[in-house]
Design a protein around this ligand. Structure first.
Ligand code: ADP
Ligand code: ZN
Length: 432
């Protein structure tokens, strides 16, 4: 098991053979669910028609809307007596979706998360504090079982309660944390308030960060502030949750686990498959799931798959950072903007603090973009008016990235609303 070296470095030809047999098994399983049963009948699809992996592209894409329409049980492919767990998306972009698991599904998921953790360097003698919400959100139980599978002491700290988190770290000698990046940035302020220095007063060495888009600059800030190494973790509840793609020590893209998921990248407008190297929407097919197999599921997440193999020797392909969801993009004065672009600019400016928000407003038929930015405490002498230079610099940097001039408002450290879950970085008041 320790860890699945063989499968992680399996030659691609062999991996593809494995994928083909698993896709066939998955299609047979899926046909037992009400949704796919009906669909396959309607399009006259039978598994025998699938000869090569490429034939999968003849099947339609499954969407979040399909999941919502069939809520809750329309995708379940087994008698309910075999189903032992349900999880749900956080509902960031509308009504939540439900995903069901058998005991074997949960085993498989725990193995994947353990594989990711091991790859990032987590070992049995670490102390792992899982700082995301437990419950229907997958980050809690997903990493709990993953950590336990790896054999590491796993503290189910949950989200929020910042002072207690810091106390737990000190008391138990936490060495590894799983944390949402925006919360990691916020927590550093609480460290300062309590007079604790994470570098000197804790044993932290690794952070697993994910669940929301964040820039390389944000990662570097977290690494510098905590004195740790941070690894990007990607997942979505429809594909279990965490454990779908993860960074290896090269930190040059996240490896998908292609023995468990078949990954395609499509043009978000047309749904046509794109070659590796081109940016598009990630589409996933589960390869091992029993309770709720999903075929060609549209994630809405935009990324690029790297065509070159990784220097680490793993043969599973990698993807770039997630640029955002296709519906995160907003259009202002005809320009398409992704929140990640703003994150990259702001987090690269040292005087910028750890929190910011973008507000979009409409006034007299004219769209306005206001970026409220907390100033870093070290650069704040009590008077924001002294910082007009900084304000100008931020405006210029944003303008050169997004091509329009936003209104930048500097605010005092720790004055913007914070969230313990996924951060709300854009408030669009134009349609309200
Ligand atoms: P919801 O879709 O309601 O937010 P999930 O908890 O299933 O519920 O969230 C999965 C989504 O979170 C992904 O589809 C993606 O948009 C985002 N996400 C997860 N991990 C990352 C990551 N490492 N980088 C960027 N975005 C991420
Ligand atoms: Zn690698």
């Amino acid at each position: 098991m320790f860890w699945e070296r063989q499968i992680e470095k399996v030659p691609r030809k062999e991996l593809q053979r494995l994928q083909l047999s698993r896709v066939k098994r998955t299609l047979r399983q899926a046909a037992k669910s009400p949704f796919y049963g009906k669909l396959f009948k309607k399009i006259k699809f039978t598994v025998e028609k699938l000869r090569r992996l490429d034939d999968l592209r003849n099947l339609p894409l499954t969407t979040k809307e399909d999941l919502r329409k069939e809520f809750p049980y329309g995708f379940v492919a087994l008698p309910m007596e075999k189903v032992v767990r349900v999880h749900s998306s956080s509902g960031t972009t509308g009504r939540a979706t439900a995903v069901f698991h058998t005991a074997k599904d949960l085993e498989g998921w725990a193995n994947l998360v353990a594989r990711c953790m091991y790859m990032a360097g987590v070992r049995k003698n670490d102390v792992f504090q899982n700082m995301t919400g437990y419950g229907l959100f997958t980050g809690g139980l997903g990493f709990q079982y993953g950590g336990e599978r790896l054999g590491v002491l796993t503290i189910p700290a949950g989200s929020g309660n910042s002072k207690r988190q810091i106390a737990l770290m000190k008391e138990f000698g936490t060495t590894v944390i799983h944390i949402i990046p925006s919360y990691a940035l916020h927590l550093i302020k609480v460290f300062e308030e309590t007079g604790t220095d994470p570098k000197k007063d804790t044993k932290l060495r690794i952070a697993l960060i994910g669940a929301e888009p964040h820039s390389e600059a944000t990662r570097q800030r977290i690494e510098e502030m905590y004195g740790i190494s941070a690894f990007n973790s990607y997942g979505l509840s429809e594909m279990n949750g965490p454990g779908v793609a993860f960074e290896c020590p090269q930190k040059d893209g996240m490896h998908f686990w292609e023995d468990d998921f078949l990954v395609e990248i499509v043009d978000p407008q047309t749904g046509q498959i794109l070659p590796d190297g081109e940016e598009g929407e990630l589409v996933f097919t589960t390869l091992n799931r029993e309770a709720m197999p999903l075929i060609r599921y549209r994630s809405k997440d935009l990324a690029t798959i790297f065509p070159e193999p990784c220097r680490c020797g793993r043969t599973h392909r990698r993807m770039s950072r997630i640029k955002g969801r296709s519906d995160d993009m907003f259009i202002l004065k005809g320009v398409n903007i992704f929140p990640l672009q703003i994150d990259t600019v702001l987090m690269n400016i040292p005087e910028v603090g750890t929190n910011y928000v973008t507000v979009l407003e409409r006034e007299d038929f004219d769209d306005r973009m206001i970026v409220r930015v907390e100033v870093r405490p070290e650069f704040f002498q009590g008077d924001l008016r002294q910082l007009s230079n900084l304000q100008r610099r931020i405006t210029e940097s944003l303008k050169s990235e997004i091509l329009i001039t936003p209104k930048v408002e500097l605010v005092e450290p720790d004055s913007l609303p914070k969230s313990e879950g996924k951060a709300v970085r854009v408030i669009d008041k134009r349609e309200m």
